[in-house]
Design a protein around this ligand. Structure first.
Ligand SMILES: NC(=O)c1ccc[n+]([C@@H]2O[C@H](COP(=O)([O-])OP(=O)(O)OC[C@H]3O[C@@H](n4cnc5c(N)ncnc54)[C@H](OP(=O)(O)O)[C@@H]3O)[C@@H](O)[C@H]2O)c1
Length: 324
């Protein structure tokens, strides 16, 4: 297959490097251009990752006619502004998670995509890994009956850097938006809805952001989700989905390479697969080529609804950001 689909990278930072490495694995993906606030950073990134052109501004990147889709990889507070810039130039957008800082911004982004007839998807890459796709098939087939409880955690211990993206309130730092979005998105994927009621407890540290947050979601039929996220406490990062007829265990669910289905009286069924950022990129290309403006796997209204849930959690734990 020839390289027929042009990609641009906006904000060549840490995650962009990992995304670009995996993008190179898709034969159809053409690595067209990189846009940075600094031309030399764009050039260095383009050279390292095999992109054809480098621009010293985001405006120049989105003006390149050969860029069809832009991967927005700036810190959360800039997702709304940078996504809008791309959409208004007619580009498809794959925007890093969380889609925005709050639901208001996410709603505006979804409206902007629809007004411009352009594709937009939150880069919730976990959903596109083949193991997670198979877990969804198990759930749809009723392999564990009715799901009654989801437990999931995602915590890591970042170094103490108060000016860094993870701890700085002005960069919408904290566990909930950085990794809590993975556990909230998993619960949303499993139950297909947001919680009816929720409770949460958090530790807001010295810089004012949540260093760890525990959440308990309840759904109309009495199902539950018990979720935990942290940026200063490392956890194993696993998910368990318990149903009336069995359960599913997903180690490192956010980058799942295996999952096991347990059913009473049956041998456990284990599946494996690789994880990577190219699966979400392939989804963007497939949707755009079919003329679709959003993905059925990670729909826009669901990304907005997840941020509404995050807003509810934040109001319970007393966490507000300057951009709210
Ligand atoms: N999917 C995943 O596995 C994953 C993993 C980590 C992070 N993420 C998400 O990806 C996003 C970026 O995270 P990251 O860790 O890659 O961030 P980062 O390296 O700190 O920043 C990414 C880039 O954003 C640009 N930027 C634009 N305005 C900025 C500003 N005012 N302050 C700082 N940087 C600015 C910078 O590029 P230029 O200045 O060169 O333009 C910077 O290199 C976050 O929303 C995060 O949640 C996703």
């Amino acid at each position: 297959m020839t390289q027929t689909f042009g990609w641009g990278i906006l904000g060549p930072g840490r995650i962009a490097a990992r995304f670009a490495t995996d993008l190179a694995r898709l034969p159809q993906a053409r690595r067209v251009a990189v846009g940075s606030r600094d031309a030399s950073r764009a050039q260095a990134f383009a050279a390292e990752h095999g992109f054809e052109r480098a621009y010293g501004s985001y405006e120049a990147l989105v003006s390149d006619p050969e860029v069809q889709a832009v991967y927005v990889a700036t810190p959360h507070p800039f997702h709304a502004e940078h996504t809008r810039l791309c959409l208004e130039h007619g580009k498809a957008v794959l925007c890093e998670k969380p889609m925005a800082v709050n639901a208001r911004q996410a709603r505006e982004m979804a409206a902007c995509a629809r007004a411009n007839g352009a594709f937009l998807m939150e880069a919730m890459w976990s959903r596109f890994n083949p193991v997670m796709a198979e877990v969804r098939r198990w759930l749809h087939q009723g392999a564990i009956g009715e799901v009654r409880l989801v437990t999931a955690d995602f915590g890591f211990r970042t170094a103490w850097n108060p000016q860094g993206r993870l701890l700085d309130l002005n960069l919408a730092g904290g566990a909930l938006l950085d990794v809590g979005v993975y556990v909230a998105s998993l619960a949303s994927m499993v139950y297909g809805q947001q919680p009816k009621t929720l409770s949460a407890s958090a530790h807001l540290g010295e810089t004012g952001v949540d260093e760890q947050t525990a959440m308990l979601f309840t759904y109309p039929n009495g199902a539950l989700a018990q979720l935990f996220c942290a940026i200063r406490t490392a956890t194993v990062g696993e998910a368990r989905l318990y149903g009336t007829e069995g359960h599913i265990h997903i180690p490192e669910f956010w980058r799942a390479t295996q999952a096991t289905l347990y059913r009473p009286g049956q041998e456990p069924q284990r599946i494996t697969g690789e994880a990577g950022y190219h699966f979400e990129a392939a989804e963007v290309m497939a949707c755009v080529q079919r003329g679709e403006r959003e993905s059925a796997v990670m729909p826009l209204d669901e990304s907005v609804a997840i941020l509404e849930t995050m807003d509810r959690v934040r109001s319970l734990i007393g966490l507000t950001y300057p951009m709210d």
